[in-house]
Design a protein around this ligand. Structure first.
Ligand code: UTP
Length: 326
């Protein structure tokens, strides 16, 4: 199985981190989002991938080439015209071998071996309470009959999570050609869901598979949630240096410096980062960032950023109440 990973987007919802990095290289639980995705693919035996780059694509390519021995092809999407357009740009990769399309901003925890025996294309889905932000599927008799992008009416709660197994990719290529040639857009963009609907209308059978482990990294708050989830799965615990306390779960890179600090729970301290005289919990401190004299909670500190707080001197009278905000 070949993987196709679209990562061309600008990642506006993850600014300011995406001012200097493409979204997929933003750090979560000690490595870039894309690192988690590729590690999972490689661990499950997928060794070839097409990566669709755009915004800061050279950084993505450098990262993959320097860290993975994958058979990787890079295809450039010059205009952000939607996910359907992104896959169309990479249409040379839609041939005979089945493909797995994976969105580049979600970390997933799925056993992909369930797909190996599938005779039909299959879409990863998850039940969500509010489907209005997602594409959803409507099923009948075990097969998908309709796909609706960001439904306004309550047609289905089964959201498409961004994992698409395409059994006969050449048929997707035909549907995408039609999408582009006939300029079929929804909400101004060429949607992958519209191409899949064309396939369904042409008689292609799609089943679904349940994905419970699906973690979005597209916004600061979801990035922190994903950080928490990934750390909870870790069994190894770094040893705190003398004068420090690590409260599990935490990730502290061996090449980070932590002095006189309490780190965790749910804190990730990346390589080259320095944390001194601080309390850091439920936060991400990215590569080479520096944190000193501060208590951080639910914070994301970008690469090479510096944050320094201060200690207060307070002479507090009996029964007084003071609440400090930073
Ligand atoms: P998103 O719309 O969530 O990502 O697309 P984005 O555009 O980068 O983020 P925001 O909305 O500006 O914050 C989901 C995935 O599809 C890719 C994105 O890179 C992301 O991995 N994508 C989306 C493309 O590669 N090309 C597109 O035209 C659209």
């Amino acid at each position: 199985m070949h993987a196709i990973i679209p990562v061309a987007g600008i990642g506006t919802r993850l600014r300011p981190f995406t001012h200097s990095l493409p979204k997929v290289l933003v750090n979560v639980a000690g490595k870039p989002i894309l690192g988690h995705i590729l590690d999972s693919l490689v661990a499950q035996g997928i060794t070839s991938a097409t990566i669709i780059t755009g915004y800061k694509g050279d950084l993505v390519e450098d990262y993959v080439r320097s860290n993975y021995g994958l058979d990787a092809r890079f295809v450039q999407q010059d205009e952000m015209l939607g996910l359907g357009h992104a896959i169309w740009v990479a249409r040379e990769s839609l041939a005979d071998e089945p493909v797995l399309i994976i969105l580049g901003d979600t970390v997933f925890d799925v056993d992909l071996s369930i797909l190996a025996t599938r005779q039909f294309s299959s879409l990863g889905v998850k039940h969500v309470d509010d489907p209005r932000r997602f594409g959803v599927v409507i099923e009948d008799g075990g097969y998908v009959t309709r796909l609706v992008e960001k439904p306004e009416a309550a047609v289905s709660n089964m959201a498409i999570v961004g994992l698409y197994y395409i059994h006969q990719p050449a048929r997707l290529r035909v549907a995408l050609d039609r999408l582009i040639n006939e300029n079929i857009r929804t909400k101004g963009e060429y949607q992958l869901t519209d191409a899949l609907q064309i396939m369904v209308d042409d008689g292609e059978k799609f089943t679904t598979f349940k994905v419970e482990g699906w973690y979005d990294c597209g916004k600061p708050e979801t990035l922190l949630q994903t950080n928490r989830f990934l750390l909870t799965k870790r069994s190894e615990m770094p040893t705190a240096p003398v004068g420090c306390v690590f409260v599990p779960p935490v990730h502290v890179d061996p090449a980070a410096i932590v002095e006189h600090s309490v780190v965790g729970p749910y804190a990730s301290i990346s390589k080259g980062a320095v944390v001194r005289n601080s309390i850091v919990r439920d936060s991400i401190v990215s590569d080479n960032a520096s944190v000193a004299d501060i208590a951080l909670d639910q914070s994301i500190i970008g690469e090479n950023a510096e944050v320094t707080g201060r200690f207060s001197t307070i002479n507090l009278g009996d029964a007084s109440v003071v609440r400090l905000s930073q």
